[in-house]
Design a protein around this ligand. Structure first.
Ligand SMILES: Cc1cc2nc3c(=O)[nH]c(=O)nc-3n(C[C@H](O)[C@H](O)[C@H](O)COP(=O)(O)O)c2cc1C
Length: 428
């Protein structure tokens, strides 16, 4: 019987001390130099002391013109660069207590906010279809630009290795650049990077091949991939399963499955949130736990790749059941760790049976104003305002403050917007 407290050995030989991983959460803590700083160190030391076996950073961007937020960490250093000391400090903080440290490498592509880049690079010139004009008109990449981008991912992995990280996770989910190459909705190319699935997956597969070939054998190579785009005409689950087989062939050590994009944020299950809000704490809470588990079981039938499932895990029972029925190997947790950074310790020690999630909170209310609102603007505003609650608490943890569980979400949203505008001004 496998439980959350059991060790797990990855194919590259590195062991995790337990089965709980902190999934990537973008921190928005970097200053205009886009480097890790003391706040990152404080934040990750707290999370490492919180008991997870693995910590994955939020988006670490491989091209500073394509940040997901002006407060992202970006890697533009070369191995041997003096700025590496900050990456080293971060990796060390993450490894407190024998925890393993992975940097999530990303390029925001068409989801780069306009304040960072009004004309970001993307597979095709298809703009993010969200109200509010937050994103600019993307430019279709030339093949030289694609080569340059793939090289940046590999270069960033070298930098992370030199800085002492145990590995990297290539972010190929949630609509960012690599995921937008994979999705037929956002990739309309007719060259060797468009059309057939193997063409759309080519940048991701090429990056994985090079990292596996060039980095040390015990360097963890992880990928975060969408199980589906949850949009008509988008990536299908069958296509995702095929990509997973290819990733297994390329020696990926840990596949994390998620889903969706800014336009359809399935990874947050906001609609499930509204249902739970309406039903109170009914039996359905348990049924909705871990919304990508069904897909995980389909992966198991096709591939032996080590599997991490993230999204919705909230009870010890739900996590142990997923491990024990061999649906996955590692449990990813995100939002609960913003309000309780030592939740892994508490749930492994049996001090608590259920994690605090605060994900039943709605920004504006249910119905017309809720996450299922037919009015696109209100639906989007709800999503961004709910996220603001978690960003605000990450900011509190990074500043060595205690989390705050009661806050006006619209106020938090506006505060976040002001912080983003200020950081964007400092960037330029
Ligand atoms: C504040 C916040 C920031 C996030 N940033 C990232 C990110 O940088 N990269 C990523 O892959 N996922 C990111 N996510 C998604 C989480 O990794 C995770 O997939 C999602 O929150 C579902 O897991 P949960 O139900 O345990 O929160 C973020 C989520 C939150 C709440």
């Amino acid at each position: 019987m496998t439980t959350i407290e059991d060790r797990f050995r990855l194919p590259c030989g590195v062991s995790l001390k337990n089965r709980i991983a902190k999934a990537a959460m973008t921190e928005h803590q970097a200053d205009a130099d886009l480097l890790p700083n003391d706040r990152h160190v404080t934040l990750y030391k707290r999370w490492a002391e919180g008991g997870a076996g693995l910590l994955i950073t939020g988006n670490v961007i491989v091209d500073r013109r394509h940040l997901e937020h002006p407060g992202n960490i970006a890697i533009s250093s070369k191995p041997g660069d003096p700025t590496l000391k900050w990456f080293r400090a971060l990796a060390q903080a993450m490894q407190t207590g024998g925890c393993r440290a992975i940097a999530q490498l990303s390029h925001a592509g068409r989801q780069t906010p306009k304040v960072v880049n009004p004309a970001p690079l993307a597979p095709s010139g298809i703009k993010v279809a969200l109200p509010g004009e937050q994103f600019g008109q993307p430019r279709s990449m030339t093949s030289a630009q694609i080569d340059d981008m793939m090289g940046r991912f590999v270069q960033a992995a070298h930098v992370c290795s030199e800085a002492g990280f145990n590995g990297v996770q290539i972010h190929a989910a949630h609509g960012y650049l690599l995921s937008s190459f994979i999705s037929p909705l956002t990739n309309k190319r007719s060259d060797r990077y468009g059309g057939r699935l193997e063409n759309r997956a080519r940048p991701l597969l090429h990056i994985c091949e090079r990292i596996r070939a060039e980095l040390p054998e015990d360097f963890i190579l992880s990928v975060k991939l969408n199980s589906s785009d949850f949009q008509k005409g988008g990536l299908t689950t069958e296509e995702s399963l095929q990509i997973i087989e290819w990733l297994e062939d390329r020696g990926v050590d840990l596949l994390e499955i998620s889903g969706g994009s800014y336009e359809q944020p399935a990874m947050m299950d906001l609609e499930g949130m509204e249902k739970r809000y309406e039903e109170g704490k009914a039996e359905s809470t348990k049924k909705r736990e871990a919304y990508f588990l069904e897909f995980a079981r389909a992966v198991r039938e096709r591939s032996a790749i080590p599997l991490m499932v993230t999204g919705g895990f909230r009870t010890a029972e739900g996590m142990n059941e997923a491990l024990n029925t061999d649906a996955c190997d590692v449990i990813g947790l995100a939002r609960p760790l913003c309000v309780m950074p030592d939740a892994p310790h508490k749930i492994i020690d049996g001090e608590i049976a259920e994690l605090p999630s605060y994900d039943k909170t709605l920004a504006l209310g249910p119905g017309l104003f809720g996450p299922r609102s037919p009015i696109k603007f209100l639906k989007a505003l709800n999503g961004f305002a709910i996220m603001a609650f978690f960003y605000e608490n990450i900011d509190r943890l990074a500043n060595d403050l205690e989390p705050q569980t009661e806050m006006g979400l619209l106020g938090a949203f506006l505060k976040g917007q002001r912080r983003m505008a200020k950081k964007a001004r400092n960037l330029n």
